[in-house]
Every structure is written in C-alpha cells, then in structure tokens.
Design a protein around this ligand. Structure first.
Ligand code: FES
Ligand SMILES: [Fe+2]
Length: 412
C-alpha cells in the first residue's frame, strides 16, 4: 500500500490534541546506558546484528557498466561489489581463497575477471575460480569449491544492499511496507550526487538516535530544523523488523525556496513528501529522509564502542549533464565538513559520549515521543538473541505488535 495520507492527517490532529501518551501505550523501561559504552555489547552488535541485517552498501551509479567494481569495507569485512555481464550486482568477499590476499586492491575500477595480485589465481564476477597458475603443483585442489565467497546482494532501485547471512529473508521481505511506501520516489532513477564519510567520537547509536526523535529539535536546531517542522504534530510509526518513520508537517510558508527553484522534482512524489518533513529509519543503521527534491540517506557505522563513521548520501532526480555538481544535502564545501545541522547533532553526540564514558551506568528514560529509539533497541536484542546479552544490558520487548504498522491503536 502507498502512504495512507488521510490516516496520517488524522494522526497529526490526534498528536496535536493529546495531553498524555496514548491510552495503552506501554511504559518504556529505561535503556541501560552501558549499551553505549560496553565493549562486549559493541562486539555483539558488530559480529551478530550487523552480520544478519541488510546494509546499504552502494549505488549503481558508482558501477554503471559490466565489469565496474567498488570495494566496500564499512561493515568490518572486506567486500567487493561488481556489476556483472547480466546487469546484476554481486557482492563477493574480497579475500583470495589461496592465501587471503585481496583480489581487488584498488578501491574501484573495471575488470573482466579478478586476478589475485599475489599468485595470480583468477575469479569470475560471480566468484567462481577460473584458473590457478601452476595448477600441476597442487594436489587435490577442488576448483569448484575454491571460489570467492559470495554474499547476499539485492537492489532496491539503484540502491545496492548487502547481507552477510545467506539465510536471511529477501531485502523486500525485510523492508516490508517500506517498499510500497517508497515507490513514489522512483528509486530506479535517483542519481547519486554525493557520498561522504565523517568520523565522529561517539557510539554509533548516539549519533543515529539524534535522527529518531524530534524532541531535541527545538533545543539543538532552533534556527535550522525547528522552523520547518511542527514537532507537536509529529507522527511516529513503528514497523516490523525495527524500522520506523516520523512525519511532521512543515509550517505554512516554510518550504525551502532554494531547492524549489534550483533542482528538478520527483514528479511522482505525493502530498506527504511535499508538505511534511518525513524520515524513515531502516534497521539497524540507515536513516532515510524522503521529499520531492532529494533522497539523502544517512548511515551510522560502528567503529569501536565510542566511535562511529557517519556516512552521508545525496541522491536526486537527474539534474542534467551541464551542471557539474548536483544537490548536496549534508556537507559544506564539497565534503570538507558536515553541514550545520549535522554539526549541531555531532557536537552534542560527542559530548554525550564523554559523559556516559565518565559516569556510572544508569537507565535512560525515554518518552512516548522517543519510542522509535526503544523500538530499535528491542529489535536489536531480538536480532542478537536475548540469550547472548547479559541481563543488565537487555531491554524488554514491551512495544508489541499491537503498535506496529499496519495496526493503529491511536485511532481506535
Ligand atoms: S593469495 Fe591469491 S593467488 Fe595466492
Ligand atoms: Fe538533530
């Protein structure tokens, strides 16, 4: 189903009018603050959760032709993405089956086959081992079992997703309702304008969670975001699998005229995209704002318990070949530094990490307005497996299916 515009408007009215959380909305137990500092919990996230969830890894524009490849190491394993002869994209572990050399040394390029730079074993785009130099010197080498390890790789439009777990349901199944709700944004034709990375000195969830609530907007973004977002009318939606969405109307007269005059629109974008600030989170680490001008995903990659890499993207409808640069949502001076809005969040996120590192673990109380954060934490425990998590670090699964899309107790 596409976005239910009428229901969202009813919910905005509901949110503006309420003076308590909705009836029956669960009390959210405090989140253990050690989840942002504990090295063991960090390892569980990295080695378990990030190994079985779909991760945005690339964009087809980065490898437009057969043979084009791109390395991708953001999830902590060496991967090479390659555009194959049949037009699909494969993800391969970038590790030669002989003695472990990376078969793709350059960050990107074009290759008919991958030839290992160490002893010359060569592999096809699907990972199959094609040839071994001096094969006569090997006894019992099983060529057919010695290919590069192939990973799950699926596309949504031009977006390339990777999953390290061979048994996970398909990308579309895991995204669920989001696939239909995003159909109006024509991801098949979104052109990649920028992709940048910034190291931030905080746990990846602290930076991510600044994008999962609008409660902080009046304090941190008084001059930037606050004027374009009516936080009292914000509507949060929880989806199965840990995904969620916020939609808050843009107050009349506050649409961004600079974007309007300069860039082409996504003509199929609907009313919510045009009149609201709308942002999804895709479990575990992707935030996906969507409007009629620009699709600017932002990702949060673990890089140690108290460090992360924020990866920002700007995609947009084709802005034509004459303009050298397309739109840039997230950076200043062509990637030299994050935009002001991002810097506002980063400064606070790094300060929070210092405080959490320096003080004793406590419980972090979350409001109804911040429940998307809770949804992500309880989904993380489900993905990791509760039995692997020390009891003092667990969160209880209190936000149950009754509150997940398409259920809507607020309008009952
Ligand atoms: S390590 Fe690749 S051929 Fe030896
Ligand atoms: Fe923010």
């Amino acid at each position: 189903m596409p976005i239910d515009t009428q229901r969202l408007h009813q919910l905005m009215d509901y949110e503006a009018a309420r003076d308590t959380p909705p009836t029956n909305f669960p009390a959210l137990p405090p989140i253990p603050s050690a989840r942002y500092t504990d090295a063991g919990f960090y390892e569980l996230e990295r080695q378990v959760m990030f190994r079985k969830t779909w991760l945005l890894a690339g964009h087809l524009d980065e490898m437009p032709e057969p043979g084009d490849f791109h390395r991708w190491d953001m999830a902590g394993l060496p991967v090479v993405l390659v555009h194959t002869e049949d037009g699909s994209v494969n993800a391969l572990l970038n590790r030669c089956s002989h003695r472990g050399a990376p078969v793709a040394m350059a960050n990107k390029g074009k290759k008919k086959r991958f030839t290992c730079p160490y002893h010359g074993w060569s592999y096809a785009h699907d990972g199959q081992l094609l040839a071994v130099r001096d094969a006569r010197d090997f006894r019992d080498l099983d060529m057919s079992a010695s290919g590069l390890r192939r990973l799950r790789c699926e596309r949504l439009g031009k977006l390339i997703f990777v999953n390290f777990d061979l048994h996970t349901p398909s990308l579309r199944e895991c995204l669920g309702a989001l696939v239909d709700e995003w159909a109006e944004f024509d991801l098949e034709n979104c052109r990649l304008s920028r992709r940048d990375r910034f190291t931030v000195r905080c746990n990846w969830k602290i930076a991510m969670e600044a994008n999962l609530e609008v409660y902080h907007v009046p304090s941190i973004h008084g001059r930037t975001v606050a004027p374009v977002l009516d936080s009292r009318r914000n509507v949060n939606t929880f989806y199965p699998g840990g995904h969620s969405r916020m939609v808050a109307p843009i107050p009349a007269g506050h649409a961004n005229p600079a974007w309007q005059s300069r860039w082409p629109e996504i003509s199929s974008a609907g009313e919510i995209a045009r009149t609201c600030t709308q942002s999804y989170s895709v479990f575990p680490n992707l935030v996906m704002p969507l409007n009629q001008f620009v699709i600017p995903p932002i990702q949060f990659w673990p890089d140690g318990p108290d460090q992360c890499i924020v990866e920002t993207w700007t995609m947009a409808p084709d802005w034509g070949s004459t303009a050298k640069n397309g739109p840039d949502m997230w950076t200043e001076d062509a990637g030299a530094r994050p935009s002001l809005v991002l810097r506002e969040d980063i400064e606070m996120s790094e300060a929070i990490q210092e405080t959490l590192d320096a003080t004793q673990s406590t419980g972090i109380p979350l409001s109804y307005q911040e429940a998307r954060i809770y949804h992500a934490h309880q989904s993380a425990d489900a993905a990791i497996g509760r039995e692997h998590i020390p009891p003092e670090l667990q969160v209880q699964a209190v936000l149950n299916e009754a509150w997940w899309h398409p259920n809507e107790p607020r309008l009952a």
